[in-house]
Design a binder for this molecule. Structure first.
Ligand code: 26Q
Length: 816
């Protein structure tokens, strides 16, 4: 079937068809949601033919496929991206205008799928966009959480979480395929198989059905539509029926709920995983379903699995899907009757592992107890893999039992458990970090023993972001200006932004750049007024810190800067006129159980509430913290920013990707030498970046020598004044306990992230910012150069690096 024509008439016909027959209403009685769903389905029609072609090719061709296994895909709003990819923006606008439908109203109806926590999930979404745009045969596999990341609200300035029932009005972007459902099993025991010393029979004691929901992933105007397949858990009919027949109705319903709980909700922690059983169920659930799907649905029936490495790489997005390793071994050894060595050889050639952290507490570990109860056969296989691995280690390092213990997949302390990062590193044919510094630290610190053993296994792929969503869609003004100057090739070849460099010296270009920035600020002001009832000035410097709330990211250091400015002005140390008018914007969700993070939010809101109404400031400083920062808000906020805050303690932020989005939209970065900041600074140049703070080796040294925050507190009068003002209850109506006392003592007593040690350098850097900002022309020159020199941070480049260094897959330009 052919797609509808790219004409206003064909589009309109399709849209009205969807209104009448899809939604079953007349246009003049249609609700905004009716119209939104009809519009979405209309766009879907244009993609379907291409999608079917891609699916057919995937089955027929022998091309190598990349399967991106990720527990999170933080997709964000879909409508605009689909319109952009299909080149239907103008046609849709004209069609709806003629019909008298307000397209902006429809946009505001869309509820974004928030199926991720932050960086890692959003990266997965950028990567599938780039894979499609680069024409790489690929599938994303993940979980269709019924509830995504919680909706954040503030009550008296404190975070209160609300469930994100994003599917309540239905999603037009997914297509369920119950006929392709697969069974996933859990629990039970294992038994010896007669005549085999490696295979065992797993006799599980409960099962769930995994139902795939397909999402279209359109490439940018290249006719390719890839698939994102998200799994939803459904109770097996027989399961409850048996209990039901036994007469226990309540138990039958409970059992159904139990099974369907698996895909119910996204875990809102993005570090310090809690080792919860349900989380492990989720991991095995989506991985087992995905492997089976690929082996049985995507591959031809008679496919010789010895040749699997020619057909697939399973990319493990962090350790969350690493249970795929023993699962593949189980399929080959137990189900297909392969020998151990032959199965291990193939297994070691199909998995590659991306690590996204440096924090030891973020490395996943599962207690043997729990794993053995839920997946007894997998635990046996992990033990067996470890046996072979330790044998190899003892042969390589005779007598070095300390090393063997350090490297073992099984930890003995504090309880016997499986180290998922070790399993991933042993099984993966490649291990990569997500920025140059991060990969170095992985190699030299976190996974150093492994890098010594297998130096060639380790590599770097610096993260990137999709220019379609984060420049072209988010910043139409800047996109237009760029295209006018250098054509529109940059949208798929971001290095072309280099062509803007000479225009940094062109006064007229800079003027237009500033005009766009100003318009973006006014757009943000409108959105914040409507969305959050917040008021910001349209012309102040916009200083943004948006990211998950975590101590290592140091939102509290940003807060100290604000308090210090306020203290300076109110004490007379800083003349009011000398302070640049600024709007500080925060966006951050705290994990619901992370008390200190929640206290930091409370304090930011308290400081904001005080500063925003203090007449002594005459409106020069403003602090806003819109609740529920998400992809949609990011798209309005980032293009409006002048200053991007990337102030983590050096050696803690693996990469950061928000930093890239800001630079690409012409914000200057104030940042530490951490994660991808390092590469941003190298590319944009020191003159166009505000670097401050300890380097990673300096931070490590200070940590080792014994960091004493008291020293900084006592020796820097401005720091002391700011902290004392905070502690005095000046922002909390005289209240000195609670969040105030807690954050004060966490900063001044023992702070793993040494915020006070970088305070002075940070304040000095902020003074350099103010000076630089005062010269509008020089500032906009720097901003333009940030744009021109950030083309490297396209996720297209990241994916090309994965193709070259890890996957060995190639783009396939498909004919119909
Ligand atoms: C694991 C087990 C149980 C529950 C939750 C989790 C879990 C979930 C999400 C652990 C970690 C995450 C997310 C981590 C993350 O987003 N890391 C970020 O990844 C980005 C993309 O590579 C980097 O840019 C950031 O530096 C890194 O912090």
């Amino acid at each position: 079937m052919a797609a509808p024509d790219h004409t206003v008439e064909a589009f309109t016909w399709q849209f009205l068809h969807e209104i009448n027959y899809g939604q079953g209403v007349d246009l003049d009685r249609a609700s905004a949601n009716d119209k939104y769903l009809a519009l979405a389905r209309t766009v879907r029609h244009y993609l379907s033919t291409r999608w079917l072609t891609a699916l057919r090719h995937q089955y027929r061709d022998q091309a190598k496929t990349v399967a991106y296994l990720s527990a999170e895909f933080l997709l964000g709003p879909q409508l605009e991206n689909a319109l952009l990819a299909t080149d239907l923006e103008e046609i849709a606008a004209e069609s709806l205008r003629l019909l008298g439908v307000d397209i902006d109203e429809l946009r505001s109806v869309e509820i974004e799928p928030g199926l991720g926590n932050g960086g890692l999930g959003r990266l997965a979404a950028c990567f599938i966009d780039s894979l499609a745009t680069l024409n790489v045969p690929s599938i994303g596999y993940g979980i269709r959480y019924e509830y995504g990341i919680f909706r954040q609200t503030f009550v008296d300035g404190k975070q209160v979480e609300k469930p994100d029932h994003w599917l309540r009005l239905g999603s037009p972007w997914e297509i369920p395929h119950p006929e392709n459902a697969v069974e996933v099993s859990f629990g039970g025991r294992t038994e010896a198989v007669e005549g085999s010393d490696v295979a065992r029979t797993w006799i599980p004691d409960w099962h769930v059905t995994a139902v795939p929901y397909n999402y279209m992933v359109p490439g940018y105007r290249n006719g390719r539509v890839n698939t994102l397949r998200l799994w939803s858990a459904k109770a097996q009919h027989e399961f409850d029926l048996a209990i039901f027949n036994a007469g226990d109705y309540a138990e039958a319903v409970r059992a159904r709920t139990f099974a369907e709980n698996i895909s119910k909700v996204l875990y809102p922690e993005d570090s310090t995983p809690q080792g919860k059983e349900l989380r492990l169920q989720q991991q095995y659930f989506f991985v087992a379903a995905s492997l089976r799907d690929f082996l049985e649905t995507v591959l031809p029936d008679d496919y010789d699995l010895h040749r699997l490495p020619e057909r697939i790489t399973w990319q493990l997005n962090d350790t969350h899907p690493v249970i795929a390793v023993p699962e593949l071994m189980r399929i080959l050894v137990d189900e297909r009757g392969w020998g151990w060595d032959e199965a291990w050889e193939v297994t070691q050639k199909v998995f590659a592992y991306t690590c996204h952290t440096l924090l030891p507490e973020a490395l996943e570990v599962w207690s043997v107890d729990l794993l053995g109860r839920l997946l007894p056969r997998h635990l046996e296989i992990i033990y067996r893999i470890n046996e072979g691995f330790l044998e190899e280690l003892r042969a390589t390092y005779p007598g070095d039992e300390l090393r063997v213990r350090r490297m073992s997949i099984i930890a003995e302390q504090p309880e016997r458990s499986v180290r998922m990062a070790h399993l991933a590193t042993v099984a993966g044919f490649k291990v990569n970090g997500v920025a140059a510094l991060h990969s170095e630290l992985l190699r030299d610190k976190v996974l150093n023993d492994f890098a010594e053993l297998w130096p060639d296994k380790f590599t770097n792929v610096t993260n990137g972001v999709t220019p379609r969503r984060f420049v072209r869609l988010a910043n139409p003004g800047l996109s237009g200006l760029i295209t006018e100057a250098i054509g529109d090739g940059w949208i798929t070849d971001l290095e072309q932004l280099r062509g803007l460099e000479p225009l940094a010296d062109d006064a007229e270009f800079r003027r237009r750049f500033r005009e766009i920035k100003g318009a973006n600020k006014h757009r943000l002001a409108r959105v914040l007024a409507e969305r959050d009832g917040l008021e910001i000035a349209g012309d102040a410097m916009l200083d943004a810190m948006v990211k998950r709330l975590h101590e290592y990211k140091r939102q509290s250091l940003k807060l100290l800067h604000i308090v210090s400015l306020y203290e300076g002005i109110t004490s007379g140390r800083l003349p009011l006129e000398s302070v640049t008018p600024r709007t500080f914007v925060f966006g951050a969700k705290a994990a619901p159980g992370y008390v200190r993070a929640k206290e930091t939010i409370e304090l930011i809101n308290a400081v904001g509430a005080t500063i925003n109404i203090d007449p002594a400031l005459q409106g020069r400083l403003k602090v806003v913290f819109p609740a529920n920062y998400n992809v949609g808000l990011a798209e309005t906020l980032i293009p409006a920013a002048d200053l991007s805050e990337q102030i983590s303690l050096a050696g803690k932020e693996a990469s950061g990707t928000g930093n890239m989005k800001f630079a690409l939209n012409g914000a200057l970065t104030i940042g530490t030498d951490d994660g991808a900041n390092v590469e941003i600074r190298q590319l944009v140049g020191d003159e166009n970046f505000f670097l401050f703070g300890m380097t990673e080796p300096e931070a490590a040294e200070l940590q080792a020598a014994g960091y004493d925050p008291g020293e900084y507190y006592e020796s820097d009068p401005e720091l002391k004044a700011a902290l004392d003002l905070l502690a005095s209850g000046a922002f909390t109506g005289g209240e000195r306990g609670g969040a105030v006392a807690s954050i004060f003592s966490s900063l001044t007593e023992r702070d793993r992230f040494m915020a006070l040690a970088d305070f002075r350098a940070y304040i000095d850097a902020q003074e350099r910012v103010e000076e630089a900002y005062a010269d509008h022309e020089a500032w906009s020159r720097s901003a333009v150069l940030n744009v021109a020199r950030s083309g490297f941070f396209s996720s297209d480049r990241s994916i090309q690096d994965y193709l070259d260094r890890i996957w060995g897959a190639k783009p396939v330009h498909q004919a119909d």
